[in-house]
Design a protein around this ligand. Sequence first.
Ligand code: HAM
Length: 423
Amino acid sequence: MTTLRAVKGMNDVLPEALPRWRRVEAAFRAITARHGYAEVRTPIVEPTQLFIRSIGEATDIVEKEMYTFVDKGDDMLTLRPEGTASAVRAYIEHAVHGREPISKWSYLGPMFRRERPARGRYRQFWQAGVECFGDGGPFVDAEMIDMVVTLLGELGVQDLEVLVNSLGSGDTRDRYREALTAHLAPHRDRLSEDSQRRLASNPLRILDSKSPADQELCAGAPDLVDFLGPEDRAHFEGLQGALRALGTPFRVAPRLVRGLDYYSRTLFEVQGRGGELGAQNTLCGGGRYDGLVRTLGGPDVPSIGFAMGIERILLLTGGADTAPTVDVAVAVADASLREEALVLLRDLRAAGLVADGDLRGGSLKSQLRRAADKLGARAVLVLGPAESERGVVQLKDLAAHSQSEIPRAEVVLRVQALVRESK
Ligand code: HAM
């Protein structure tokens, strides 16, 4: 029989790796809370139409990467490839716009895209993101970018670059698309196969192409910034001024377009420069989507958000995996004392201590070895028949290499004091 394995591109996170994940998640939760974001949880599965109408039909995500299936009720459903569409759907569905002028939401969870797996690129990956509804910017845009940079700094990601651009609003993108098509069309034959196809369907995506020939042709392409109307230009300048005021380093990237159709005005990405990421060096991407709430059936609510890939951040922040440790282990010198050990363990845990024991009935020696080597215990409580008769327990302090006898009734307090002094 063949052994079953996880789906390609979908990874297990084993317990020893989890402390590193939790550190990133905790830093994200802490900084977003300080900025007034509140967590939202939306379903992992949504109607397929939601993603088609928001992300866009001609995008890579919708064209090739979605996990879509028909459920038993004949509904066409998709595993969410990102979080913005779901957040906007929930925002409209619960008429949140009628309750408050500005809503600031954060989320953290798995997303699914059927991409070609590589280092930093998976089919199930975790995003931590925020969406801010109701503020047209540009100050909130700058604040969000600065929040991301601060967060990455707190996590120890130093070598990074912030790229910003503006897609403008209204027909800016359409006018730019025409100009870009006009620039590339005469060289159609020299474009990669993918880009030849995109020339008609979604020419902006060609700017993101990794093919050297495509990149060369794009080098002379017109800049988006030159297509901005006066209001969009003022917005973009406002963003840059605010970033300078905050002291957040950034670079205007005139050809940054990003792969989702819902964007307007501000676009940004934070890229890591560490070699560990290879081509997957975008740690975080975001932007404004002022028209999306309306497109999905709500009122006009200007909005902006970003999401960062947790696995990519973990590739840069490194750090060793760590096994969980316990405060105290309980061992028995005789198998007949296992019920007593059970009660003692319960009492220790009830007092808030992390306590564990090996109650399989092995030798005392193996129990002590496991307590020190595997459980990382600060202390071990040994129950023996003679001690039990006298109502005492042996306490081994593994750090001080000492041992003492203590009355059973005092055990919890004594261990608490020992653990407190060593923390
Ligand atoms: P995105 O650029 O598609 O934007 O993804 C955001 C981040 O998710 C990327 O920068 C990357 O770190 C991570 N990511 C994306 N795909 C993968 C993958 N296959 N494997 C590992 N990590 C990946 C969005 O998803 C937008 N919803 C962001 C946003 C929120 N814009 C406005 N609000």
